[in-house]
Design a protein around this ligand. Structure first.
Ligand code: DQA
Length: 143
């Protein structure tokens, strides 16, 4: 399978950013872990990270017809970006939403995802492993 892994704002700072919440491993370490999981499963993962909403929307549009699945952590955009919700709805490639932290146990605004309704599922609170679990959903035949 061909996966596109999309990460939103501030996730480029993994490792430095609030390590008590997001862990001590870097964005590059996250990508390496995902790449290894893809290769182990005869698959391929490409990566896109941006701190800009429009760039994320453009990446979702460009994924249509190119990738089998999107794994997306929209980061703070999760909680208010109707534009990313609409972009995910506009393409036929299925998306799975992932969050590193327990979004339901933090500030109340984080418990709301406006983007999840456009996704086939949502996982949170599993750290980096959540990305691999979302990939497994598709690798095991989920659509
Ligand atoms: C996050 C949770 C969001 O609330 C936050 O804005 C992030 C990261 C997570 O992976 O836990 O940037 O999506």
């Amino acid at each position: 399978m061909k996966f596109l892994i999309i990460n939103g704002p501030n996730l480029n700072l993994l490792g430095k950013r609030e390590p008590g919440i997001y862990g001590e491993q870097s964005y590059d370490a996250l990508c390496a872990m995902i790449r290894e999981h893809a290769e182990k499963n005869a698959s391929r993962a490409d990566f896109f990270q941006s701190n800009h909403e429009g760039a994320i929307i453009d990446a979702i549009h460009a994924a249509d017809g190119v990738y089998d699945a999107i794994i997306i952590n929209p980061a703070a955009y999760t909680h208010y970006s109707y534009a990313i919700l609409d972009a995910l709805k506009a393409v036929s490639v299925p998306a799975y939403e992932v969050h590193i932290s327990h979004i339901d146990q933090r500030e109340s605004f984080r418990a709301v995802s406006v983007t999840a309704p456009a996704c086939v599922g949502q996982l949170y609170g599993h750290g980096f492993a959540g990305y691999l679990m979302a990939m497994d959903y598709f690798l095991e035949g989920g659509k």
